[in-house]
Design a protein around this ligand. Sequence first.
Ligand code: 1CP
Length: 338
Amino acid sequence: MMRAARCQKTTSVPIWLMRQAGRYMPEYRKIRERVSFMELCKTPELAAEVMLTAVQCLGVDAAIIFSDILLILEPMGFELEFEPDGGPKINNPIRNSSDIKRVRELETVEPLEFVMNTIRYTREGLDDSLPLIGFAGAPFTLAAYAIEGNSSRNFRQVKAFMHIYPNEWREMMNKFAISTARYLNNQITAGVQIVQIFDSWVGCLSDEDYKKYVKPYSRMLIDLIIPGTPIIHFAPGNPILLTDIREAGGHVIGIDWRITIKQAWEMIGANYAVQGNLDPAILLTNRTLIRQSVQHILRQVEWRPGFIFNLGHGIMPQTPIENAIALVDAVHEFGIIR
Ligand code: 1CP
């Protein structure tokens, strides 16, 4: 996984899955019967156990810390809750220009020390050969939740805000970039080997708006990260943005299923590693179709160095666990590099 992230030759194709620990797993649902999602994130021993169980059950080649991109919003001045169905809710979202004063830069990671402890416990329980991935939300995706207040389909409020209040937008995006860099650097010091930046909803923008309202802050964040740790930049939803996403930074570019790996690599350039890009819906089908889809993706890769197999977005809660295992097994079977 580490060699692939650095575009070096490997003997096999590494695989991990976004949201590999979660509601599709019976062990996870059992733990969630007794603790809320937020409590689980804030109980490092339990959070580590959830991820270690998933890694062991699936046989993946990396662990990601069990946490959430939205937790940083609490110490930055937002009242964050998760609904019983798991959906996030912010009780004091940003709605006008004066609200921006409430956004506090994260000056110390002390309020997020539980994440650092999750890293320590997970690292302790994880096989030495497997890397641990740290993560955070990118400035735009954090801003989307801070302004919309919950999950959104059309992102109308965040888009309207950035067009109407460009100065306040800049101020807020700067705070998200600086705070997130501090958070990720502390994750690195606490023991993660790779970091992934999730810009999960940025695909709702045009390339022009991405360049103007988002790219400078994603770049600022990435430039502030301690050199030497590979960075995965995952910004799905709109393949037109890929050239700009690569320019914003990162060593590995995350790809969704809307574009083939081959097309993506042409846009991004051979010096970058790519991660992706199976449609998570394929995991709702059957073993035969999953195995065919794996072979189809691997054919596109043509054994080039710098490929990490993953889904194009998070695993769906309806996914049968045996299908997720079949995927990992198929990548390990067909991904041997001669
Ligand atoms: O296995 C893992 O990867 C677990 C760690 C993890 C990660 C990396 C969780 C646990 N969340 C995330 C990242 C995350 N959180 C993202 C980026 C990934 C992506 O694009 O899918 C996003 C957008 C969130 C925000 C969030 N938190 C959502 C999405 C809501 C929306 O707008 O659609 C949800 C449902 C949560 C809660 C959450 N986070 C994680 C889990 C397992 C859950 C479900 C909680 C539960 O009901 O138990």
